[in-house]
Design a protein around this ligand. Structure first.
Ligand code: IMP
Length: 408
């Protein structure tokens, strides 16, 4: 069975959660390998809306296990809340079904505080992601496995000693949580997390060796990649296909690399956005598309599809297929603009394509789509030289059209 990685091809929020959910129906294992609870994957199934932040979206199907791998950063308190919320909705999240890698780094209150104090220029989600990855790189991080050994206490003590000097020096009058309260909080979290600790690389390697159907669930998007995104306006992890290998600690073939592309573009946080719309046009698209962050509720910036950026994402991750989402939102919007190039001073060169009308959510086949909608999709396929494998035409799990041969 294939190994499939599902990746955001833009700035995140492309609708990866729904695509993972659709593909997870027959999967044995779904793995999150990068990022943390900065992600917000929204899935609507049977009229119920689920928002997942760290737990792989595959868990909504009864079959299949889920792993949170070592390349992620875990806010244990947020993870426990997510487990509780999903369990209330009837999702089985017992330790038999969900595992967390001992290598995953743990977000501490100091990271969240530092992110809130320093993340404004980039417009981070404030979830402590960057400071936790920075801690990892300083070799002073707390890892999930430290809960099992009891080492977490000394790591937290060292972090408190460091941040109680650094934060007031940098930011003035900063109130840090007391070490006593942090230790008490983590003592309580320890009992919750320890049953979930697993040897994730070993489990994943054996699943791959046994030919199981494995999905790697990407988070954020290509332009938020720490190395190859729009630095410094990026997240702190590898969001490309390569992250699926470094983030899990297992080398394997990634049989299919599915790039998820929203039919237009959105971005939350600061940084360049060449095709950005402003004013009433932006407000209209934002409202129609429900473009508000699933994690922070922030209004997303909106704009037209940017093909040069998609091509760059393809160069980094080698897409074997595309999943186009939210095409329904462009219906009835008149002519569609697509960025096909940039001028010398970086302005987008736009190509106008015919718009289309009608309720796409009721369309069940590619051939049933309005002709201009097909022309738009075929234009993307031709420019990218990658087939569109899936087309999402609405929020519900069922509102999806398979096209071409799926890339595996
Ligand atoms: P951080 O990941 O919280 O450090 O935020 C860094 C940048 O990535 C900010 O511009 C965030 O808005 C953006 N970002 C992080 N996670 C997501 C996501 O899941 N979707 C969209 N943008 C994100």
């Amino acid at each position: 069975m294939p190994t499939i990685v599902i990746l955001g091809a833009q700035w995140g929020d492309e609708g990866k959660g729904k695509i993972v959910d659709v593909l997870a129906e027959g999967a044995d294992l779904t793995v999150r390998y990068a990022g943390g609870a900065n992600a917000g994957h929204t899935i609507v199934a049977g009229g119920t809306k689920y928002v997942l932040h760290l737990i792989p979206s595959g868990v909504l199907h009864k079959r299949g296990r889920a792993l949170i791998a070592g390349g992620t950063v875990v806010d244990v308190s947020a993870l426990c809340t997510e487990i509780d919320t999903l369990s209330t909705l009837g999702v089985d999240l017992s330790p038999k079904r969900l595992g967390v890698a001992a290598e995953a780094h743990i977000i501490t209150p100091y990271h969240i505080l530092l992110d809130k104090l320093s993340g404004g220029a980039i417009g981070t989600t404030g979830r402590g992601i960057g400071p936790c990855y920075a801690e990892k790189a300083r070799r002073t991080g707390l890892r999930a496995g430290d809960f099992a050994t009891g080492r977490y206490r000394e790591v937290l003590e060292a972090q408190e000693a460091y941040y109680s000097k650094v934060l007031p020096a940098l930011y003035g009058d900063v109130e840090l949580p007391s070490l006593k309260s942090v230790l008490a909080q983590f003592e309580a979290l320890r009992t919750l997390i320890v049953p979930y600790l697993k040897d994730v690389p070993a489990l994943l390697a054996s699943a791959v060796a046994n030919g199981e159907h494995v999905l790697f669930e990407g988070a954020q998007g290509a332009e938020l990649d720490l190395d190859y995104g729009s630095y410094p306006f990026v997240t702190s992890s590898t969001t490309s296909a390569a992250g699926a290998l470094s983030g899990t600690g297992v080398f394997c073939n990634l049989d299919a690399r599915l790039g998820v592309v929203k039919a237009y573009a959105t971005r939350v946080g600061n940084g360049p956005f060449p095709t950005e719309l402003v004013g009433a046009a932006a407000e209209h698209l934002r409202t129609k598309g429900g473009e508000y962050g699933a994690t922070t509720g922030r209004p997303r910036r909106v704009g037209w599809l940017d093909l040069p950026l998609l091509k760059k994402a393809h160069r980094t991750s080698g897409f074997t297929g595309l999943a186009v989402t939210k095409l329904d939102i462009l219906s009835g919007e008149g002519p569609i603009q697509v960025c096909v190039n940039y001028t010398e001073n970086g302005r987008p060169v736009l190509r106008e394509l015919e718009g289309f009308e009608g309720d796409l959510a009721t369309v069940k086949s590619w051939d049933g789509l309005p002709k201009a909608a097909r022309t738009y999709l075929e234009f993307i396929e031709r420019e990218m030289n990658v087939p569109v494998a899936l087309l999402s035409t609405g929020a519900e799990r069922s509102e999806i059209i398979s096209h071409n041969k799926l890339p595996w």
